[in-house]
Design a protein around this ligand. Structure first.
Ligand code: WT7
Length: 645
């Protein structure tokens, strides 16, 4: 238990957009008068036809569906660009900080961004892309990523961003699943001084798909990449060939905006679908209120646009709010562990938003890298992606923020579109390690294994009992899977997959995933995905993968592998298999430990007892629990004896 409390600083209580009284009143109203509250919030968007309807969702099987503002019409790029032109056309929309500290940053104004988005939208049209078509983006952290996202929204195309760290195989699977004809990529990316072979990966992926007929290539490094005649086009060439004039396509509130693949407990990654109005409102409102964003502030979300965090808090939330958003091409600790704080000083960043894994890695390097910078511009610190350990929280607060800056520990998911449980910096006293209180309209509940709702201080599984505007609408191509995955476990509620404790003050403490999803450095990985990659290797008969506590990554990947008869369990093969998984999925899926075992602990009906595998991976072999239902209890002794530490 942790009783440490950090009260709201007086200046924040007096000046923040949301103070304690306002939070209490608005939260109550957001639940008791949901329509009134949300139709009022919806006025912060720019509509072609304003909605008269708010929430029409149902989590019940009979009339299941998620729907918000359904009679409204709007365009996302017009909300993020056109509406700002009259008042802030010359204001910087995107500050781009390159990988190398010696290269020149870019400052792109709203007017310039608007022009590029219109051009690229016309390029897409010229390539035959129409409203509702899917466009895959496989890009490094360059402003063209934001241009490409917004260009899609301008013509009503649905973007699917694939993180640049994913392998050709993973990319091909995602291109095929959504039947995307066109990919926008770069010759190479740059990260921490190394080149990432994006175009080469697209070429390899193209061999595995049948639907792809156009590739647009942004030149980043100028690396020599083969261009396939008729299919591949340089971005600069096609941009020069089109006009600047592209009126925004009127979109229904519920038209799909983007899809983003994410891992679940079973099967292939699923395409999470977000729609136009509800998502944009959620991203912009949470960005505005949770970060207490003020006109003129420089906001930095240090995520990659390949993840939902980058979608909502590098691009859509900030730009809808007319903010200046910083986009960083590189990694936190290159060339030195001072880089992040140097970038803060260089661009006078006011709010920074980081993952706990980055903080832990930087903390390990000692305080001197922080202390050599000023950080005087910082007003607020944010964290996201996994539970933050109180040590890292305190370091962030005291060393990075000099005790001045509130920390917003924001709990949310790819599925939720934006923040769900988070402090409001002017309203919520902080407790290190707690994501604290629900955002407006969010009704969290804790349930026990039987689905019984737990009241007061309790620990259980976290569910959300009513819809919110930013909620995902479906799984691409598989609406039934959407229902089964999230709404069938505890009927009538959205099941988050997270365990959670609520303390006596009503604060929420996320304890981590309770399903077969692991959270590696804030990135989500399905154990089933890593297992299928392993069994694809010709030496492997069977594999089981679990998470285990890891000092820096939060969770690491532990793989148990049974080899085919005749295969030798050598160190060389171990290294080969680790490399194989990297190749199959991408570096983020690299197993941290791989143990060969003659057998896996299975029940008589053949079900792998993962509980035992988790305990052994954790090194907690004294409390394996009941192993008597195992078909062959002796495998446990072998597993313990050959544990990899
Ligand atoms: C899972 C969602 C939200 C964008 C980045 C990750 C974990 C996320 C927190 C937090 C504790 C957190 C949960 C969640 N998580 N934020 N502040 N405290 N856990 O999105 O890849 O969809 O992963 O990340 O386990 O279910 P994602």
């Amino acid at each position: 238990m942790n009783d440490e409390i950090y009260p709201v600083p007086t200046s924040w209580a007096q000046e923040a957009k949301i103070d304690a009284a306002r939070y209490a009143a608005d939260y109550a109203r957001s639940l008791s008068d949901s329509s009134g509250y949300w139709l009022e919030q919806a006025k912060t968007l720019n509509w072609i036809t304003p909605p008269t309807l708010a929430d029409e969702s149902s989590f019940a099987e009979a009339d299941f569906g998620v729907r918000w503002f359904a009679d409204g019409v709007l365009n996302v790029s017009a909300n993020c660009l056109d509406r700002h032109l009259a008042t802030r056309g010359d204001q910087v929309a995107i500050i781009w900080e390159p990988d190398s500290p010696d290269a020149a940053p870019r400052h792109i104004t709203y007017a310039e961004l608007h022009a590029d988005v219109c051009r690229l939208a016309n390029v897409l049209k010229a390539q035959g892309v129409r409203k509702g078509d899917r466009v895959t983006l496989y890009l490094p952290m360059i402003p063209e990523a934001a241009v490409a996202m917004l260009a899609c929204t301008r013509i009503g195309a649905i973007h699917s961003i694939v993180f640049g760290g994913f392998s050709p195989d993973a990319l091909a699977g995602r291109i095929t699943d959504c039947d995307s004809r066109i990919v926008i990529t770069a010759d190479e990316g740059r990260r921490g001084g190394k080149a990432v072979p994006l175009k080469a990966n697209v070429d390899a992926a193209a061999e595995l798909v049948t639907c792809l007929d156009a590739v647009i290539v942004v030149q980043v490094t100028g690396g020599d990449v083969p261009m396939k005649t008729g299919r591949d086009h340089y971005y600069a060439d096609v941009m020069a060939a089109v006009s600047l004039d592209c009126p925004p396509e009127p979109m229904s509130a519920e038209d799909p905006l983007f899809l983003l693949y994410t891992s679940g407990s079973t099967g292939k990654p699923k395409g999470v679908v977000h729609t136009t109005a509800g998502y944009l409102l959620w991203a912009s409102l949470t960005h505005n209120l949770v970060f207490d964003y003020r006109d003129g502030d420089i906001f930095w979300c240090a995520a990659d646009v390949g993840w939902v965090t980058g979608h909502s808090y590098i691009v859509y939330g900030p730009l809808a709010n007319g903010a200046t958003t910083l986009m960083y091409e590189g990694v936190p600790n290159w060339p030195t562990p001072a880089r992040i704080w140097e970038v803060v000083d260089k661009h006078k960043v006011n709010q920074i938003y980081l993952a706990p894994t980055a903080l832990r890695a930087l903390m390990r390097e000692g305080d001197s890298f922080v202390m050599q910078t000023s950080r005087a511009s910082l007003k607020l610190l944010g964290t996201v992606g996994e539970p933050i350990n109180p040590e890292a929280w305190r370091w962030y607060h005291e060393v990075v923020g000099q005790g001045r800056c509130p920390i917003v520990d924001t709990w949310w998911q790819t599925e939720t579109g934006g923040h769900m449980i988070s402090p409001f910096p002017g309203a919520t006293a902080l407790k290190p390690g707690s994501a604290t209180v629900p955002f407006f309209g969010v009704e969290p509940k804790l349930v026990d294994a039987d689905g019984k709702i737990l009241e007061g201080a309790a620990e259980g599984n976290l569910v959300i009992t009513r819809s919110w505007p930013g909620q995902m609408r479906t799984v691409w191509g598989d609406h039934e899977r959407f229902f089964q995955t999230y709404f069938s476990t505890y009927p009538g509620t959205y099941f988050t997959g997270d365990g959670c404790r609520r303390d006596g003050d009503g604060y929420y403490w996320i304890t981590g995933r309770v399903d077969d999803v692991i959270n590696v450095s804030g990135h989500r990985m399905g154990t089933a995905e890593v297992e299928s990659a392993l069994v694809l290797h010709r030496s492997v008969a069977e594999a089981a993968v679990v998470g285990f506590p890891h000092d820096i990554k939060g969770q690491g990947i532990y793989a148990y592998v049974t080899l085919n008869v005749g295969e030798e369990p050598t160190d060389e093969l171990r290294q080969k298999l680790v490399k194989w998984v990297r190749m199959e999925i991408g570096p983020i899926a690299t197993p941290d430990a791989l143990q060969f075992t003659p057998g896996l602990p299975k029940t008589r009906s053949g079900k792998i007892m993962r509980r035992i595998l988790r305990k052994i991976a954790e090194g907690d072999v004294s409390s394996l629990g009941d192993t008597s239902t195992l078909a062959d209890p002796s495998v446990v002794d072998d597993l313990i004896a050959n544990r990899v530490s």
